[in-house]
Design a protein around this ligand. Sequence first.
Ligand code: URA
Length: 433
Amino acid sequence: MSFTDIIAKKRDGQPLSKDDIDAFITDVSTAAIPDYQISALLMAIVLRGMSDEETVWLTDAMVRSGDRVDLSNVPGMKVGKHSTGGVGDKVSIALSPIAAACGVVVPKMSGRGLGHTGGTLDKLESIPGFRVGLSLDEFKKMLVEVGATIVGQSASLAPADKKLYALRDVTGTVPSIPLIAASVMSKKLAEGSQALVLDVKCGHGAFMKSETDARELARLMVAIGTRAGIRTEAFITAMDVPLGRAVGNALEIIECIELLKGRAPDDITSLVVTLAARLVVLSGRQSEADAEPAVRKALASGAALEKLRAMITWQGGDAGVVDDYQRLPGAAHRHAVVAQGDGYVSGMHAELIGRSSMALGAGRRRIEDRIDHGAGVLIAKRPGDAVRRGDTILELLYNDGRGLDEAISLAEEAIRVAAQAPVVKPLVLGSVR
Ligand code: URA
């Protein structure tokens, strides 16, 4: 069958066979078909959808387009974690050392921030000297010696996804649940974990704006992982409001360290504890009943903080930041966004806060932009908090002030103050096991 026939088949709503999908990914990998034909098929998939079976085949073909990390020489149960991304989402940086302190091996490959969501690698690179570009041998050695590592995605994993994602980004074909599920899961399956915990974010600040779509994405990714023999679970968590109190690279590193010292706000601490406990359960190291107490003990004893110190040191970073936040990049100036009247903070639009932080220099508009690791937004009052006129709700931290006007207007637009206290949604909206 020619590639034109495959496009026509999907255009007309017929299911693709495994052979069609294998041929598609082989042709993408070998550059045997032009970008316009690939894009036409992607658009047909967006409009017509794909069955679970087609999505599993697509994921599998994308995994086979590159290497699969072999972690069989690393002792212990390897459990991965992935978030679909949000504003202030620093969970992986706090959770990995906690899980490692509980004896779970956490091999984590992460991405950079683009647009309004921050990237785990950029946050870690605010630690002076921290290297995210470990070789595969270093990645494995660190897992044996420390139990957790967070590095950049190796270019040899799921290269077909890289090509497809670049095209999807410029052809309006990102918003397709099967394409997103196959894209995320192809990279996760190639990373070599034996179990996987997914955090599917939902709300203004996330890829999935509606809870229905987030639940469907979670269901599909769990189905793909399970069919591939990886025990996979997903949480659906709210991303209408930024997570925690800090948005921006060094600011989020400080919040993670504070969390490991037991001094972070309850909302983010409880989400990290919930996800870490699932990693511990999936690793088989603790029962359902004992996992959370084990996680809380790793926090209270300081064992998780010591793991973070070990991770930073192994990756060439200055572990002194754990005790002295002045060693992290800072911001020379602050601007307070204040309440215009008395009442309660009733809304805080995550995407607008993410864009405000980006305008201050904490994120990139284009892949080649340099980021300012010290810039960002601190949240002084959260939805539900009472405020008086003039109270600071947000603080914008910046250095060169280039995007300040835009950042201020985005931040002002993001917050709402009302006479009545709002109903605050729980962070964890559901799970798929
Ligand atoms: N993240 C990915 O890795 N792929 C997508 O398609 C969307 C988000």
